[in-house]
Design a protein. Sequence first.
Length: 264
Amino acid sequence: MYEAIMLGIIQGITEWLPISSSGQLVLFLLNFSEIPVDQILQYSVWLHFGTAFAAIYYFKSDLFDMIKKSPKEIRKKNSVFTFLVISTLISGAVGFGIYKLIKGYLANFEGNAPFLMAAIGFFLVITGILQRVAKKSKVRNIKNLTIADGVILGLVQAFAIVPGLSRSGLTTSTLLFRKFQNHAALKLSFLMSIPLVLGAQLGLGLTEVITLDINSLLTAVVTSFIVGLITIKMFMRLAQKVNFSVFCIIMGLLAFLPLIFSLF
């Protein structure tokens, strides 16, 4: 139970920072838990359920504005609603395939934690480099969204299922590459996470049997919701001001150490 609470705290804090919450969770589970490797990814996906509801509460006014708009407004090509629908459908379809592929590979990594940690480290370094080269812009805002933005961001977000690739880091960097303002990029990134995570839970619920301990899983999810609710405002502001690329690169390089030591 203490382990579940710790996992919820890690998820509740790291979800709002571009440092791959799933990567940090998997690294923690590999080193400090006895959960089988092929179940770790499933645990990581479910933990996002709690922070998704924290995001829903935080962005409730934005979500309510979308709901109360007339059907004519919603159908506009540049609406946030259209953007979220397109990006979610693409992320869900592509991401589900990637999830199944990774889960199949994880079953072969039992007992080979150093190699798996090095793989996560590699993707953390990639995340850090992307954030490093993405430059802030003051050109586009949320009103300038296009269908192309939805397609591109949907594809990018799908790869965030890979532990070590930060969903917020990837999507925010891509939005910055597409000349969106920093605040708009961060806001859109977290709005994108809400329908994706809820859809992922529905998809997993219909296609997979939960093999995890239900009590500990619920404890972790509730903890991630509470901690996420407390920290979202503070850490979203921090993410706007601080470049976490160095943290990702350092954490990624440190993740290679167990593999290096195992070779000697």
